[in-house]
Design a protein around this ligand. Sequence first.
Ligand code: C5P
Length: 409
Amino acid sequence: MQSGQVAYRALEGRRILLGVTGSIAAYKAAALCRLLKTAGAEVRVVMTPLAKQFITPLTMATLSKNPILVEFFDPENGAWNSHVSLGEWADCYVIAPATANTLAKMRTGVADNLLLTTYLSARCPVAVAPAMDLDMYAHPATQENLRELTARGVKIVEPGEGELASGLTGKGRMAEPEEIAASLNALFAARTDSPLRGRRFVVTAGATIEAIDPVRFISNHSTGKMGYAIAGELARRGAEVVLVSGRTSLPTPAGVERRDVLSADEMFHATVEAFADADGAVMCAAVADYTPAEVATTKIKKNDGELTLALRRTRDIAAHLGTQKGRRVLVGFALETDHEADNAEAKLTKKNFDFVVLNSLRDPGAGFGGDTNKVTFIDRRGREELPLLSKTEVAARIAGRIESLLTKN
Ligand code: C5P
């Protein structure tokens, strides 16, 4: 047995689609392809037209033992190279090297080559290994693109520091093939070994919309990023995830079944229904506590005086699930502005949560809209305060806690 097979055991039998873009680091894609093949993976390669100038399709075809795909149509016989079936075929799509240009197009959804159309239709986990000059890598445009892609669940295999093709030294050098293979291996290993594998989880996310009349509504600032990151992370670890989503502009994370709702009432019904055959739920949505007692059927006209709206309480979805919970896992969130920890602790009992994720609006970098969060986990045994982390990392920590609860239950 070759050492690669031991080191990358989780890659065996996996179908890996390798995307190669036009960077000088494309030569390392050959070594990566070899490593993946040696580990027992099936590899297909899609290249951008420019990538062919850095490494020949013949090299990649020989190593992957599959024809290389570059064009939408085969120039020889006119056969269509279907990006949809490629995306469906793959268990994982890794783009290595990924140029600044390709990362920008991935972020904005430009689909002017087969590698990109495949990215847009892929439902499997996607990883990228950026490769570029240090200034291009450090540029706010590239950093923003990487942040956005991370928020969507794309795994970034960070470039290393070292001598670059330009002769400059800095960060931008594509990660070594061994490191990329190890990242992919970890991605599959998490799925194979996780106690979340095959478990059903409900995640609520985003803001609810409470109609006042046909034009206006009451809502809040939640963007849904944290809940979407959690849904994506649970799915990556092999769970079947139903994401009950209020209003957000986020794309659905790979492998997640999304059910869109508007009001707290709709969210209540969708969540209770999904929880019936679930192993647990993560309550991340910012649900309105009050909704207009009556919704006007026509637009409310303004006049000179004040307007008073009568509001009624909505039902507490989390508390309701808490009464039905049994041995299932129930995780809640708390967003507090004062007496944070005490208020959050009270929710443990009131809603029967296994643990509460507290974020305080006081902490810089935490809360609405951003890509980072600073949270404290609170359970019946105590508190664990985490440093400022990306929302994806917070999602990973939450998934980790859920895994240990599942192991104990
Ligand atoms: O009581 P509070 O709104 O602070 O509790 C927050 C937790 O309860 C969050 O996990 C939130 O998603 C959940 N919640 C809910 N239904 C409501 C209100 C809050 O599921 N109507």
